[in-house]
Design a protein around this ligand. Structure first.
Ligand SMILES: Cc1cc2nc3c(=O)[nH]c(=O)nc-3n(C[C@H](O)[C@H](O)[C@H](O)COP(=O)(O)O)c2cc1C
Length: 379
C-alpha cells in the first residue's frame, strides 16, 4: 500500500513539474488593442496567428476599453496591472489624427506606477494600426513608440518584411514601423490580403524576438503589490473591479470637490444592464442583490479612478444612498442595500462604514433595478 502511494506521489510530482516547466517555456504575448469599427481587431487576429505559428508561443488578445462593436464583445478587458506579467506586448490602435486613439492613450496614461517601478523595461513591444486613408500613418506609429520608449520597452519594427509579396496594384498599409490597414480606401476588402499577410509576418517576427528576450528582463507581479494595501485586499478577496462605465449623458463619472468624491452608478456590466426591471414584477430579490453588488463595484471602480488607482487614498465612505426600482408598498429596501454596505466594509474595513439612505422609486434610468449614490472622503 505504502509503495503504491509512493508510486502515485512520484507520478503527480513529475506531472506537476512538467507542467511548470511547460509554463516556463511558453512565451506569452499580449495583443493589446483598442478598436471601434473592428479594423484593428482584424489585424490583431492576424498578428496573433503569426505569434502562434511559433512553437511554444501563445497570443492573448485583450482590449483596453469597452466598445459598442458586437465583434469585440467576447474580447476580455485588460488591466494595467497585468502588463508586466507578459513576455511581450503587441499594441494595436486606430489612428486618430496622426496619433494613437483616445482610449489607447487613456489606458497608457494609467501606467505611471508601472513606469515608476520599471515594470516594462526591457520587454519587447511592437505596434500595428488601422487607418482610414492612411493620412499621417508613420507619425501615428511613431507616436505609439514615444510612450513605449519612455517605458524602456524594446521596440520591434517590421522593416520591409514581406515587401516582395505585396500586391502593389492597390495602396497598402505597409510601413517599416508596423503594419497598418487603409480601411477607408476602395478597391479591396480591408484589411487587404496583403495587409493581413504583413500582420501575420509581424506577429511571427515579434514572437521570435520575444522568445529570444524571454528571461532577460524582470517579468513581474510586483507592480500590483506596489499600488497599495487595499488593492491587495481586492486581490486576496478575488474582487475584480470593472472598467468605469461610460456616462450615459452630459455628466462626469465622478466629481471631486475638496476632499469629497461624488459618484452615481446603476447596474451596468460590460456596457449593458445586468438585469432590467422592477423588483417583484420582472425581477427577484436575488437578482436585485446581484445588481446591487455590480452597481457598488462600479462605484468602487470609479472611486479607484478618482484616486489614480490607489485605494489607500480613500479616508472613508461618508454616505451611500440606494434607490431601488420597487413596487408600491415594498418595505425591505434596507436588506437590499446591505449588499452594497457589506461590500464597502469588506473592501475598506472600518473606513467603509457609512451613513445611509434607501428608498424605492417608480422608475430608474435605463430601467436599472438600482442606483447607488456615494460620497467618499479621500486624501
Ligand atoms: C477622431 C478620428 C480621427 C482619425 N484620424 C485619422 C487619421 O489621422 N488618419 C487616418 O488614416 N485615419 C484616421 N481616422 C480613421 C480611423 O483611423 C479608421 O477608421 C480606423 O480604421 C478605425 O479603426 P477601428 O476599425 O479599429 O476602430 C480617424 C478616425 C477618427 C474617429
Amino acid at each position: 500500500m505504502k509503495n503504491i502511494f509512493k508510486f502515485f506521489t512520484v507520478i503527480v510530482l513529475a506531472l506537476t513539474s512538467n507542467q511548470m516547466m511547460a509554463q516556463e517555456k511558453t512565451t506569452t504575448i499580449l495583443v493589446l488593442i483598442h478598436s471601434d469599427q473592428g479594423g484593428t481587431y482584424e489585424l490583431a487576429k492576424e498578428v496573433a496567428k503569426g505569434i502562434e505559428s511559433h512553437k511554444e508561443t501563445r497570443a492573448v488578445i485583450k482590449k483596453v476599453a469597452a466598445t459598442e462593436n458586437p465583434k469585440l464583445k467576447d474580447v476580455p478587458l485588460a488591466s494595467v496591472e497585468e502588463l508586466p506579467t507578459y513576455d511581450g506586448i503587441a499594441f494595436g490602435s486606430p489612428i486618430y489624427f496622426g496619433n494613437i486613439s483616445t482610449a489607447m492613450s487613456e489606458f497608457l496614461s494609467k501606467t505611471v506606477k508601472i513606469w515608476s517601478s520599471h515594470g516594462l523595461e526591457g520587454m519587447p513591444a511592437t505596434v500595428f494600426m488601422s487607418a482610414g486613408s492612411g493620412a499621417g500613418r508613420d507619425l501615428a506609429l511613431q507616436s505609439f513608440w514615444n510612450s513605449l520608449a519612455v517605458h524602456g520597452m524594446v521596440l520591434v519594427p517590421n522593416g520591409i518584411r514581406g515587401d516582395e509579396a505585396i500586391d502593389k496594384s492597390i495602396p497598402q498599409g505597409n510601413s517599416v514601423l508596423g503594419t497598418t490597414s487603409l480601411a477607408s480606401l476602395k478597391g479591396a476588402e480591408r484589411p487587404s490580403t496583403s495587409e493581413r499577410k504583413l500582420a501575420v509576418l509581424q506577429g511571427n517576427n515579434f514572437a521570435k524576438v520575444a522568445q529570444a528576450l524571454k528571461g532577460t528582463f524582470a517579468k513581474g507581479t510586483s507592480v500590483v503589490n506596489s499600488i497599495g494595501a487595499l488593492n491587495k485586499v481586492l486581490q486576496a478577496k478575488n474582487i475584480v473591479l470593472p472598467n468605469v462605465p461610460k456616462p450615459a449623458g452630459n455628466y462626469e463619472p465622478y466629481v471631486r470637490s475638496g476632499n469629497l468624491v461624488f459618484i452615481n452608478q446603476v447596474a451596468l456590466k460590460g456596457g449593458e444592464l445586468l438585469y432590467a426591471g422592477k423588483l417583484g414584477r420582472e425581477l427577484t430579490e436575488q437578482q436585485v442583490d446581484e445588481a446591487t453588488r455590480v452597481t457598488m463595484l462600479n462605484v468602487i471602480a470609479v472611486l479607484a479612478q478618482a484616486v489614480d488607482g490607489d485605494l489607500d487614498k480613500v479616508k472613508r465612505c461618508v454616505q451611500l444612498t440606494g434607490i431601488f426600482n420597487t413596487q408600491d408598498g415594498y418595505t425591505k429596501h434596507a436588506a437590499l442595500m446591505n449588499v452594497a454596505s457589506d461590500l464597502a466594509v469588506e473592501v475598506f474595513g472600518e473606513k467603509g462604514k457609512h451613513a445611509r439612505a434607501t428608498f424605492g422609486a417608480s422608475s430608474i434610468p435605463l430601467n436599472s433595478p438600482v442606483e447607488i449614490q456615494a460620497i467618499f472622503e479621500v486624501e
